[in-house]
Write a protein that binds this ligand. Structure first.
Ligand code: SF4
Length: 73
C-alpha cells in the first residue's frame, strides 16, 4: 500500500497521527509526514507500508480536514 501527503495542502494539527501513528508523524515544522520502515519520508514522498494498516490509514484519509492524504492499494 502506498501513502503520501500533499504538503501544499496539509494544515498540521495531526488528525492523521491520532488515527494511525504507525504511518503518520508530526514534524517540527508543524506538518505531518509519512513513515516507511521507521524512516520519516520527505515532503510529498511516498511511503510503502503494510496492507495490515489499511483500515487505520483509510480512517486517517477520511478524517483529514484538508483531504490531502492519498492512498493507493
Ligand atoms: S490530518 Fe491532513 S491536514 Fe491534518 S496533519 Fe494530517 S495530513 Fe495534514
Amino acid at each position: 500500500m502506498r501513502v503520501w501527503i500533499d504538503h501544499d495542502e496539509c494544515a498540521g494539527v495531526g488528525v492523521c497521527v491520532d488515527a494511525c501513528p504507525e504511518v503518520f508523524i508530526l514534524a517540527s515544522d508543524g506538518l505531518a509526514y509519512v513513515i516507511q520502515g521507521g524512516q520519516i519520508m520527505g515532503r510529498n514522498e511516498v511511503a510503502v507500508v503494510d496492507d495490515s494498516l489499511g483500515d487505520s490509514i483509510m480512517d486517517a484519509a477520511e478524517d483529514c480536514p484538508q483531504d490531502c492524504i492519498y492512498v493507493e492499494a
